[in-house]
Design a protein around this ligand. Structure first.
Ligand SMILES: *[C@@H]1O[C@H](CO)[C@@H](O)[C@H](O)[C@H]1NC(C)=O
Ligand SMILES: [Zn+2]
Length: 501
């Protein structure tokens, strides 16, 4: 008996201290495959951490899913450093990007993208949260039942967090109990089109539908996102008879800035309902993917001045490309509203930099290569939508450097403002109590998006960014404390969660 005690007790003590060690270091996370890291308590150290109080040299402490402290370098020695240290030198440490506008086409058209490849691409691009659009999947997300199909398709298939917008369509706009059921089931807000969407089960709305939708959204304090283009009598397809469908200018002519301007003009007759004291106070209007940097933007400015609750986003492709550089038949560049001329691009940058445009989104809208009709290069009949998801961080940065874009602005456009739109208070900032959703990247590292580059979107060949030289390479992406991506490799398990309001 005594022998037993002498030999076994020390062994047991040793064993339990091992167990305690592994427990504290969180090898639990590595066992379930969610993280490429063996630790759940660690520090991310760098000379450039972008916080709401500015850029600091220091360290971010992560425990479990959350950020538990943010220390400046000078205070680093003062603390008793429990936990593992990840040293990132000069690399930028900032909140993971939040993309409020992506079409992952799942369920129903997962051959176009799908949750697994789309969210792997997001993680590789430093995006930790995306909000999926209600159309291009089948069925569209326009009811409580179809939202449930979305959630089911996403579960265990997503490598980053995914929320959902519901669709506001003529079939549900005037039925408030139906819309309430959709909102209660967890969509973060609604989305509608003021022109044909290109998808049969997602018909367009007019201002009367939008007005009705806003009154329901007001009760939930959630936004309505609007594709703001309307068809004009002067832009009927018949007017293009005889124009070369392979010429980008034919397509551009079919969607003039006036389509955006006129839609926004109509929108402002109902956005006033969101003003303080208005019938839909609490609701919010958000204009998606603005392309026209002229009158449309002035109208939005006027609405903001008048107290309407309204914001606007644009997308990297409007900031990276101009009509002048789009070749005959190169339908990779087709999207709606269209990419306009170089002068418009300059004005978009100006508006973004001074804060007239609130935020950015990818509007990643892929399809199968066949529907891009590369063979005949017909701009009028090819699928409209730009494939970009994984590249938005380096694209924004590469082009933005010329305009003096700062790291703080990158965080405002891709973190802070989108988090607010999507109602995610615990995301979009390197701050105590926030989720440890973090991207680590090198703004100076340049690379070619060629065949050697690890791309994860399902159909890289349809992306207009392929072959481009970009600056800003993602090293590592953390999602809720899990290291989900590191230098070309993802964690084994898909541990993103569905975000329901
Ligand atoms: C409104 O939706 C509810 C389900 O939420 C349905 O029972 C009802 O028939 C609908 N009303 C109309 C007028 O379509
Ligand atoms: Zn879209």
């Amino acid at each position: 008996m005594e022998v037993l005690q002498r030999k076994i007790l020390p062994l047991l003590t040793l064993l339990s201290s091992f167990l305690l060690y592994y427990y504290l270091n969180g090898s639990r996370t590595s066992h379930n495959g969610c993280s490429l890291l063996q630790h759940s308590h660690y520090w991310i150290k760098s000379k450039r951490i972008v916080t709401p109080e500015g850029i600091i040299a220091g360290a971010v402490e992560v425990k479990g899913q959350k950020i538990t402290s943010v220390l400046k370098e000078k205070d680093w020695h003062e603390i008793s450093k429990g936990g593992h240290v990840l040293e990132y030198g000069e690399a930028v440490v900032m909140p993971g990007l939040i993309d409020v506008h992506a079409h992952l086409d799942d369920p129903g058209r997962s051959d176009w993208e799908g949750f697994p490849s789309g969210t792997k691409a997001a993680a590789a691009g430093g995006i930790t949260t995306l909000v999926d659009m209600p159309l291009n999947s089948f069925p569209s997300t326009v009811s409580e039942e179809t939202l449930k199909l979305k959630i089911k398709a996403a579960e265990k298939n997503i490598y980053v967090d995914v929320g959902f917008w519901g669709g506001l369509v003529p079939g549900n706009a005037f039925n408030s109990s139906y819309l309430e059921a959709l909102l209660q089931a967890g969509v973060l807000g609604l989305k509608s089109f003021m022109c044909p969407s290109g998808i049969n089960d997602f018909p367009m709305t007019d201002v009367s539908h939008i007005k009705a939708g806003l009154s329901v959204l007001a009760k939930f304090g959630r936004p309505l996102l609007v594709h703001a283009e309307v068809q004009l009598d002067s832009t009927k397809e018949s007017d293009l008879d005889g124009d070369d469908p392979q010429s980008y200018y034919t397509y551009l002519k079919s969607r003039p800035p006036l389509m955006e301007e006129e839609a926004i003009r109509q929108l402002l007759t109902v956005s006033k309902d969101t003003s303080p004291g208005g019938p839909s106070e609490g609701a919010h209007l958000h204009v998606v993917h603005l392309s026209d940097a002229s009158s449309s933007l002035e109208l939005i400015e006027e609405a903001k001045r008048n107290g309407h609750s309204i914001t606007v986003e644009t997308c990297p492709h409007y900031l990276a490309f101009s009509a002048e550089e789009i070749s005959e038949g190169d339908t990779r560049f087709k999207c709606a509203p269209p990419i306009r001329d170089a002068a418009n691009k300059e004005k978009l940058w100006e508006a973004l930099v001074i804060g007239k445009i609130d935020m950015l989104s990818s509007d990643h809208s892929p399809t199968v290569p066949e529907l891009k009709l590369f063979g005949d290069g017909n701009f009028l009949s090819a699928w409209g939508g730009i494939s970009s998801l994984q590249f938005v961080l380096p694209v924004t940065w590469s082009h933005g450097r010329k305009y003096g874009v700062t790291l703080e602005q990158m965080v405002r456009w891709w973190g802070e403002k989108p988090a607010k739109l999507a109602g995610q208070q615990l995301k979009g900032a390197i701050a105590i109590g926030s989720y440890a959703d973090i991207v680590v990247w090198d703004p100076d590292k340049e690379f070619y998006l060629d065949d050697n580059y690890p791309t994860f979107i399902k159909h890289p060949s349809i992306s207009p960014y392929l072959g481009k030289r970009l600056a800003g390479k993602v090293f590592a992406t953390f999602l809720r404390g899990n290291l989900v991506y590191k230098e070309g490799k993802h964690a084994r398990a898909a541990c993103g969660v569905t975000i329901l309001a």
